[in-house]
Design a protein around this ligand. Sequence first.
Ligand code: BGC
Length: 247
Amino acid sequence: MSKRLGFGVDIGGSGIKAAPVLLGKGRLEQDRQRIETPQPSTPDAVAEVVARLLDHFGWHGAFGCTFPAVVQHGVVRTAANVDRSWIGVDAAALFTEVTGRRALVVNDADAAGVAEERFGAAADCDGTVLVTTLGTGIGSALLSGGKLVPNTELGHLLIDGEDAEHRASSAARDREELSWADWAARLTRYYRHLEDLLWPDLIVVGGGVSKHAAEWLPLVEARTALVPAALRNSAGIVGAALLAADQ
Ligand code: BGC
């Protein structure tokens, strides 16, 4: 039986990663390749790196690409943790033009959410799933019955008058050198607020720090089941490839 392949690119603040994806299995077909995000991370500089990654794998088909901001129908609308020159750029059109391959561009947490829902930690949950990614910022993906509500941006909820991601992201933990317990207390405040607003059946916690989930996840007190992401650092690539293959 032939294996269906797709291709995903994951654009982050420090690295741009890519790999071909086995669409029926939700995993990478080859090791991912990573190139440092150019600084400043202007649209043209980033598009050129995306083209290099596609060339590296000899991929000539359509592909999916994540972006760490609101992306409405391919157009970047915000820039919390990326170069402000992205605002208003049609990233899908730009990547399609520069690479010569049809690009789909989606929010990074939305891509991770789709991958976790289809093949990862939420694969057995058919209710409302909230996926959060704890990294430089806090990303969110809300899915119900397998359907994504795009661009939820729940990392920017105000908690005690402060942007949640400034208090509770993984970067905030590093910046303020918080112990696991102190960070977990902030996450408890955050997740309690989220669950009071959305009443999800399951919360999936992703981002690089989910690797160490055993250290801190049990310290977060929420009424909803909280589980670590299963696809780890391939979730964005896999989700982007799946969404591109869907269109
Ligand atoms: C952005 C989101 C993004 C998240 C994770 C936030 O600052 O507003 O769009 O998903 O960071 O990268």
